[in-house]
Design a protein. Structure first.
Length: 255
């Protein structure tokens, strides 16, 4: 059976509502989707994906009908969708967890992240013309890595013993689950997404440390609010709100 340079014998099959766009080399899928949406060359449902065998990378373009603050819900929606997609394919003893606001965790190590972007000129209450949300998951380490597993803070599927889980399977599963969760969010609001995200949250109801650049915040992880902002209770009893936009601002707004 013939294969392309990435080892693919056939492209993945996506739901009819999605228009799959294969992205080879650079820029990566999220950057391509961002560029095309910004330049009005993309439309809602365009699903950019990479055939690279080292990473699962994909990004979906949407045309929102709600204000900017609610659009941030899509970051958490994509994370919940990948959690379900992975759970449907991986061994039952393995589960993906979430580290606020946008990291995927497997066996206490980072395995990937979610990203989001929208126009920079809109206010919190404006409806943006476009929205891009994507994920990037490390499937295996660098080919010439002489010390795999040395970085205890990061991991990949190969090192965690799930090398048989193919990128194609994950792409197809994620695309289906993402659409389901978008429809759920559209019909029922953020509550179901919020509930499922918190159910997989690393350190929920425990003491955690959140780092933002040179700053760090420590406290008990109490909850997320309706915007996806994090509520911490410090050791001194103070309540601290950490805004999701403050942590992903470089990705949220197009500069």
């Amino acid at each position: 059976m013939l294969q392309d340079e990435y080892g693919w014998t056939a492209d993945p099959q996506f739901p009819p509502l999605l228009n799959g766009i294969k992205v080879k080399g650079h820029p990566r899928p999220f950057d391509c989707a961002h560029r095309d949406a910004k330049n009005k060359k993309a439309q809602s449902g365009d699903f950019y994906w990479s055939p690279s065998q080292r990473f699962l990378e994909c990004a979906l373009v949407l045309e929102p009908e709600t204000h900017t603050t609610r659009c941030l819900h899509m970051l958490f929606t994509a994370m919940v969708a990948f959690g379900d997609a992975f759970g449907s394919l991986a061994p039952p003893e393995l589960g993906v967890f979430f580290r606020w606001p946008n990291l995927f965790i497997l066996n206490d190590a980072i395995i990937g992240s979610a990203r989001i972007a929208m126009p920079g000129q809109v206010s919190d209450e404006d409806v943006p013309d476009w929205l891009v949300v994507g994920i990037k998951i490390e499937l295996k380490g660098k080919e010439n890595d002489l010390n795999p597993g040395e970085d205890m803070g990061h991991t990949n599927l190969f090192e965690e013993g799930v090398a048989d889980l193919t990128q194609r399977d994950l792409l197809e599963s994620f695309s289906r689950h993402f659409l389901v969760w978008i429809h759920t969010w559209n019909d029922e609001g953020f509550k179901p997404v919020h509930t499922h995200w918190c159910g997989r949250a690393e350190g929920f109801d425990k003491e955690i440390v959140i780092e933002q650049g040179e700053k760090s915040y420590a406290g008990k992880f109490l909850s997320l609010d309706d915007n996806g902002d994090l509520l911490l209770k410090t050791s001194g009893g103070d309540m601290v709100f950490l805004g999701v936009r403050d942590f992903v601002n470089s990705q949220v707004r197009d500069k």
